[in-house]
Design a protein around this ligand. Structure first.
Ligand SMILES: Cc1cc2nc3c(=O)[nH]c(=O)nc-3n(C[C@H](O)[C@H](O)[C@H](O)COP(=O)(O)OP(=O)(O)OC[C@H]3O[C@@H](n4cnc5c(N)ncnc54)[C@H](O)[C@@H]3O)c2cc1C
Length: 616
């Protein structure tokens, strides 16, 4: 740990400290490195090397937009002279899906605008070269479920060229005994361990392997705590589950916090919820259950009851749902990737960036542009079009569109739509989003874990809470076999919950921490933590870590508070105010409008928005 704390091919071991500003906070920046580089850090190789999470420049521009810096200049933006039938603001899964639906229903001229260097939003990938091999992981959006045949998801996947319902995965490599491996970061494989560190008085920390099989035997916890924790896992609880969204059970759940619900359902204490259940119970929502509606735990299964196959489990492209974003782009702009519209070709071939924004193309995707204003040209009820103004570099431009889908997310849409009615504005004020750091740590091999007898683990202090070694889908030339000596990427999700603090403040405190920490500081902390935890397996951070990429998402997750889903005091839910009707020629999408972060909601909200605009 005395080595230079930098990644060797990023900072070349230099750590001459000078003081710089990282998005508003003073931190130490290595001499000769710009604040942007010191914050972004290493980006890997390939299509996504310059787009890992929200980049420094993207955030700086977004904050200037939020603070009204462009207001004066908007009126004098350069008019590009372009008129589109549809503009989608946001090039994540929702914005891309809006373009797909629009072109399917009424082909026309369509423009997708996104502020990052590549499309995909939270569905992007990181690529590393490790000892001559390429290893890949997701930046955010990860898994999908086997779609119900003939159902909504299945039909959409077919529309975009998803040519199989499930994947084949790598098989075991080498002569040693095979270890169980998961397909996704969210499964606990059989060979699993829990780590209890200094927070539990354990120095050095204690590992408990097969913790559930052993009934937590060996964990440095009082017997009563163990009993509560074990009880919380019992499926044998006579609590009713919602069947359809909006039924009586779902409304009752939406009236209380998830924390109160878990305590009552399992007869466990608040402490047990906060110490052991929070990261997982609130995981898909960024914050802990103290802040969330209890319906959060049931929303996705209730919204998509038909999808999923227990035998096949979670499905995951090696780069997560990036695979779907790429398929949508291939569907919209066939020339964007060479080769056929097959999963293998689109997954493997590089993006042809020059093909994305060509005048002759029905759909254009314009990257590296931040939309700062969307407003009708006149009275929204009668205006002939909408004017969309964006910043590219230091200059402002405007385009016109007959219809607009706002697919960027609540936290930006509320600032951009200039003529947003008061009711919509009040509805957006009820949306909270919290940050997340997805750290992808490439290791030369994972023999240290194999030696320790596990392929995945959880811990309860420090950065993040869990990781697992994944066997990957064998798409597009991916190696067919995988073993302890194979390089791989360990993904660690860091959330910023602060139980007990008001919901909005949890988000803003977390963002201050996420944005105010340099790459080098995070790198040092990860190396230290993994070094401590995996010392029994002989892990040496200097030797074994090949690279770290940080994907920082300032507004990663929507955090539905009690009442979010179905409203309070007879008032409509905020999401319904935004979904019920478009505002003139502008309709609203993004997964957050469903109150559950899931690519299928991104798609469904996009379809609803397009249908509203087309009067379908
Ligand atoms: C860590 C993490 C893990 C997840 N895991 C899963 C999973 O396993 N499975 C799953 O189905 N879902 C998962 N999700 C949910 C994920 O949000 C959705 O799957 C989906 O990727 C969201 O797509 P979207 O288009 O709705 O929003 P986004 O991906 O957020 O796309 C919006 C885009 O609009 C851009 N934008 C915003 N404002 C502007 C502006 N003013 N100008 C220009 N561009 C703008 C944004 O930068 C972004 O690129 C996960 C999310 C996170 C954060």
């Amino acid at each position: 740990m005395q080595d230079a704390i930098t990644r060797r091919d990023f900072l070349n071991g230099t750590l001459l400290a000078s003081t710089g500003m990282l998005l508003g906070r003073h931190v130490r920046v290595p001499f000769g490195i710009s604040p942007a580089d010191a914050w972004d850090g290493y980006g890997g190789v390939g299509d996504y090397a310059h787009a890992h999470g929200n980049m420094y420049d993207v955030i700086a521009t977004a904050h200037r937009m939020r603070d009204g810096v462009f207001e004066q200049a908007i009126a004098s933006a350069t008019d590009t002279g372009e008129m589109y039938d549809l503009v989608a603001v946001g090039g994540g899964i929702s914005g891309l899906a809006a373009a797909v639906f629009f072109q399917q229903r009424r082909s026309g001229r369509c423009l997708v605008l996104d502020n990052h260097a590549i499309f995909g939003g939270e569905a992007k990938r990181n690529e590393f070269r490790v000892d001559g091999r390429t290893v890949i992981a997701h930046q955010g959006s990860a898994i999908f479920l086997v779609p119900q045949k003939g159902g909504y998801t299945d039909s959409f996947y077919q529309l975009i060229g998803m040519d199989r319902p499930a994947f084949a995965y790598q098989s075991w490599q080498g002569p040693e005994a095979e270890m169980s491996l998961s397909h996704s970061p969210y499964e606990e494989p059989k060979d699993y361990g829990f780590y209890f560190g200094s927070q539990f008085g354990a120095r050095p920390g204690v590992w408990v392997l097969d913790p559930w099989g052993r009934g937590l035997d060996g964990a440095p916890l009082p017997a009563a705590v163990k009993a509560e924790w074990l009880r919380s896992r019992s499926a044998d609880v006579p609590a009713p589950r919602p069947v359809t969204e909006g039924d009586a059970v779902s409304r009752e759940l939406d009236a209380v916090t998830l924390e109160e619900h878990l305590m009552a359902r399992h007869q466990i204490s608040r402490d047990t919820v906060r110490t052991f259940l929070s990261p997982l119970a609130g995981g898909g929502y960024g914050l802990g259950p103290d802040a969330l509606s209890a319906y959060c735990d049931y929303a996705i299964e209730t919204q998509f009851p038909g999808d999923g196959d227990d035998a096949l489990g979670d499905q995951m492209f090696p780069d997560g749902n990036t695979g779907f974003a790429r398929l949508m782009v291939k569907t919209l702009i066939p020339d964007a990737f060479s080769g056929p519209r097959s999963v293998d070709a689109v997954w493997q071939n590089r993006v042809r960036f020059t093909a994305l924004d060509r005048p002759e193309s029905g759909t254009r995707i314009r990257l590296n542009v931040t939309v700062v204003r969307v407003a009708h040209a006149g009275d929204p009820a009668h205006a002939p079009h909408v004017v969309i103004t964006y910043v590219k570099g230091k200059r402002l431009y405007s385009v016109k569109a007959r219809a607009v889908v706002m697919a960027g997310g609540s936290w930006t849409t509320k600032h951009i739509v200039g003529d947003l009615p008061d009711g919509h504005r009040a509805a957006y004020a009820q949306f909270y989003r919290s940050p997340c750091l997805m750290a992808n740590i490439a290791v030369r091999n994972w023999r240290f874990l194999y030696k320790m007898g596990m392929s995945g683990c959880r811990w309860f202090e420090g950065l993040g809470n869990y990781l697992s070694v994944r066997k990957q889908a064998t798409v597009g030339g991916m190696n067919k076999t995988f073993g302890p000596d194979s390089p791989t990427v360990l993904t660690i999700k860091v959330l910023f919950a602060q139980p007990g603090v008001p919901i909005g403040e949890q988000g803003s405190r977390g963002r201050a921490q996420l944005l105010g920490t340099s790459f080098a500081q995070y790198e040092h902390a990860f190396r230290q933590q993994l070094g401590d935890m995996f010392a029994p397996g002989g892990f040496d951070p200097g030797r074994d870590i090949a690279g770290i990429i940080l994907n920082r998402w300032g507004h990663a997750y929507v955090n539905p508070q009690p009442g979010f889903f179905f409203g309070t005091n007879g008032q409509p839910a905020a999401r319904d105010v935004l979904r019920n009707a478009p505002h003139g020629r502008i309709a609203f999408a993004n997964t957050d409008l469903a109150g559950a972060m899931d690519h299928r909601n991104s798609i469904r909200e996009a379809e609803r928005a397009v249908n509203q605009l087309l009067g379908a």
